[in-house]
Each structure stands twice: as C-alpha cells, then as structure tokens.
Write a protein of this length. Structure first.
Lengths: 241, 244
C-alpha cells in the first residue's frame, strides 16, 4: 500500500437541471477516518461517488481528487450498502474478484488469511446465498481489504445490519482499515460518534465540521463522550432538516 | 411423480378410444390408440429411423442457434456500433415469418439436414439473442461501478460479471428454444425432405396411412416433451448449483 493521501472535493453537482448539492468544500485528512453525516437524499453518496469516479449521470462543476496531485484511480477501494457479492462465486473467489478483474494471478493464501481476520475461516468454499447479512458484509470487508488501497470509500456499508451486528462490524472495520484515508458516508449519528476522527454534516446548502469525541476510534457505543456526541449530532440533523 | 404423468396420459387415451367407439369414427379420419400402437410397433424401424433424423436436426439447430445467439448478444452488449448496425436487422428478421424462408433455405441448402438445421436455428436465434442481450444490459450498475473502481477493463467486467450475471436470461432463452426448434425442423421437412418425422407424416398422409401419421406424430410429441423437460431441468440444475 502506498502512503494514504488526503482528499478534496470542491464544487457543486447536479443531475440534469436539478441541483444535488451547491458549492461545497470537503477536505478529508490523510490516514484518518472521516464521517460524512447527513439526511437521506442530501447528496452524501453523490459526493463519495465523485471521488470514486463512478457518478455517471451527475454533472460536476469543480474538482475532486487527491491533494498529492496523482490520480485516485487504482488507489481507491469501495464498500457499499449492498455487499455486491457475486452469488455464483464462492466466498474465496468473491474476495479475489479484484485480482480477477485486473487479470492478475489470484493470491489465495492471502485471501484465506484475510477471511480468517474477519472471522470467516472455514467459509471459503461456501456461496454468498448460504451466509447471513452480517457475514456477507464481512466478506465485502474482506474483499475491500484484499484490494489493499490507501483510500477507502464507505457508502453506508453497515446501515442494513441489526444493531449488535452493526456494532461488531464497526469495530472490525475500524481496526482493519486503521491508517488508511477513509471517507465514510452514513446517516447514523451514533455510528459517526463511534468511528469518526473527524465528522462532517452535509445539509441542503452547506457542509459543517462538528467536533468528534477525543478518544481514539472505535469508541465503545456506551461511552459518555460517544453518547454526548450522538445527541449533539442528532440535534444538528434535526435542525438542518 | 410417475403417477402425475401416467394418470392424465391414460385418461387422454381412454377418452380418445371412447370417442371413436361413441361416434364410430372411421380409422382413415381418426384411428384409435390401439391401432396407432400396433402400427407403431410394426413400423418401429421406419419411424425411429426418421425420428433420429429429426432429433439430430433439432439438437443441432439448438446448439448452433444458442452459440450464434450467445455471440450476437455479447457483441451487441459490447459494441454500440454493432447495436446501431445489427439491431434493426435483428428486429426485421423477427418481423419476417421464418416459415416464408423455408422454400428458399431448401433451395439454397438442399433437401438434406442442413436446410432443417438452418430453419431450427433461425427460429430460435432471435429469442435467445434478445433474452441474453436484455439480461446483459441489466447488470446492476453498482456491480459495474465496483468493477470500475477495482480497475477492471470492459472485457474483463463482461467476462467476470456481466455474462455470469446474465446467465439466467440466456437459459430462459434456451428454454424457449427447446419449444420452438422442433417447429422449425418440421416445417423444413414439410417443404422438402427425404427423411424425418415431418417427411414421414406427409408421406403417410398422401398414402392415406393415417395410423402411421398418428404414430409419427405421437413420437414427435414425446420427443418435444422430453426435450422441453430436459432443457428445463438442466437449466434449473445449473442455476441451483451455482447459487443463481
């Protein structure tokens, strides 16, 4: 993995004639976890897709990329709300999907190692259909780790999981992705309070930074600073709506 | 399972025989099942010889039509230029009744198997191509976005994601093909052939051997049912095994 860069996105976005978000200026710190919090439909995912380079139907005015000036292509891994596992591939082959798509030799030993790190040793030969939602999202995390990219974009990857599974996934992801530049889009204030080194709130017409708890993530869900931050963030989301 | 097939078959046969007894239908209009069975048995060599020809034509037509449909659908999905050039032709070829081509195919390809294979192929080409092409164009955009972020070329995304994701579409086209292909082969045989069940039926009809015609028809019906079932089962088994 190369040194994680800091990221920026400055500008506005629209789909056809409809504005998605107005002029904003996002800065994502290198090697740290930034949460982008906001209501549904406010353009969080569009902002993330701008950096990923996959927002085809959207017109952007401005610039987005890495501050070191080199292209982001090839330095980004993406994890979305749906796990995007290929149902016809085994778990191991799903983890190896990126290497297959780049035409590289499959590093099975490393894929097995990563699967055991996310607690799925012994699941290699199974198909995604045989796994629970939480297990499937762990496979998606393993696939993301296998990419070993300095920048990781998370688009509400835990929002479909039940509370306990979500909390476990948050711990696992925070440890596994530590040291990378992470931009994590979420609508859950408690999640941002647990995971964010920095927390931004995106509303219709503005992007504000909110102070994150001082302790290092992943923070315990019942920590006083986490609960206080969750309350503060919820209040801000209420006022923004 | 066997009972679910056997009971309706026996009922149909009983009704058939009862109708003949009740209305006293002469055998040159509608022979009874027993008479057809006897005719089948005494002509079994002749019927099975001709059935083999039709079976080979149908299966060759399906295999070639499926291969051609596969290639066409992938080409259309990859290349916008191919879509521009080929899609109107594809739609036109579908608007044209394939039966109308049978005499021309016989003229070009002769009275042998080739013209019947071509008929079967033509009749299934469009359903397979369009079912597979539609499925290829419905790849979830999120999967394609993931592939792009992973650095996939268009060709590799096609091979590793779009084609496997579209396999159910291809297989549903193949199921349709199993129903249509025998129609193509039989029409081809009617237009001009020296072998095959369609040819045998026409010949028997001309010589007023209606019981032989029915025997050939029954063999044809059994073959098409078996083919349809085999393709259905095969397709479902493939999807089941790979986890859809």
């Amino acid at each position: 993995m190369t040194a994680p860069p800091s990221l920026f996105a400055r500008g506005s976005a629209r789909i056809g004639g409809a504005a998605v978000f107005g002029a904003l200026d996002l800065h994502v710190e290198a090697g740290r976890w930034t949460c982008l919090l906001g209501a549904s439909g406010v353009g969080k995912s569009t902002l993330l897709r701008w950096l990923a380079g996959t927002a085809d139907a959207v017109t952007f005015e401005g610039e987005a990329g890495a501050d070191d000036g080199r292209p982001l292509q090839g330095r980004v891994a993406l994890m979305a709300q749906t796990d995007l596992l290929m149902p016809w591939l085994s778990i191991l082959e799903n983890v190896l999907l990126g290497q297959r798509l780049r035409g590289l030799a499959a590093d099975r030993a490393q894929a097995r190692d990563i699967l055991s790190r996310v607690g799925l040793a012994g699941f290699e030969a199974r198909k995604p259909g045989a796994l629970s939602g939480g297990q499937r999202q762990r496979v998606a995390l393993a696939r993301t780790l296998m990419e070993d990219r300095p920048v990781v974009l998370l688009d509400e990857p835990f929002s479909a999981l039940d509370v306990a599974t979500r909390a476990r996934m948050q711990d696992l992801a925070a440890r596994a992705l530590h040291g990378r530049t992470v931009l994590h889009v979420t609508h859950d204030p408690a999640e941002a309070a647990r995971l964010g080194c920095r927390i931004m709130i995106l509303s219709r017409d503005r992007l504000d930074e909110v102070a994150a708890p001082a302790s290092p993530p992943p923070r315990p869900p019942d920590g006083e600073d986490v609960l206080a931050a969750t309350g503060r963030l919820t209040r801000l989301l209420l006022e923004a709506a | 399972m066997a009972l679910r097939i056997l009971v309706p078959v026996l009922c149909a046969l009983a009704l058939w025989q009862a109708a003949i007894l009740a209305w006293d239908v002469p055998p040159y209009i509608l022979p009874g099942p027993l008479r057809v069975a006897r005719t089948f048995w005494s002509n079994r060599g002749l019927i099975l010889d001709n059935a083999l020809v039709t079976i080979v034509e149908v299966i060759a037509g399906i295999v070639l039509g499926a291969a051609l449909g596969w290639i066409s659908a992938v080409t259309l999905a990859i290349s916008p230029a191919a879509r521009l050039a080929l899609r109107p032709m594809l739609v036109f070829s579908q608007a044209l009744p394939v039966f109308a081509l049978a005499p021309i195919l016989t003229l070009w390809l002769g009275y042998g198997m080739a013209s019947k294979i071509a008929m079967a192929l033509l009749i299934i080409y469009f359903p397979i191509t369009s079912a597979f092409y539609d499925a290829l164009m419905r790849t979830p955009p999120e999967s394609l976005a993931l592939a792009r972020v992973m650095g996939a070329s268009r060709a590799r995304a096609m091979w590793h994601i779009r084609i496997p994701a579209a396999l159910p579409g291809f297989l549903s086209g193949l199921k349709l093909a199993a129903v249509y292909a025998p129609i193509g082969a039989i029409i081809g045989e009617w237009v001009g052939a020296s072998k095959g069940l369609g040819y045998l039926m026409l010949l028997a009809n001309g010589r007023a051997k209606i019981d032989l015609m029915f025997a050939a028809l029954l063999v044809l019906a059994i073959f098409t049912l078996a083919l349809h079932r085999a393709v259905d089962r095969g397709a479902d088994a493939i999807l089941e095994r790979r986890g859809t």
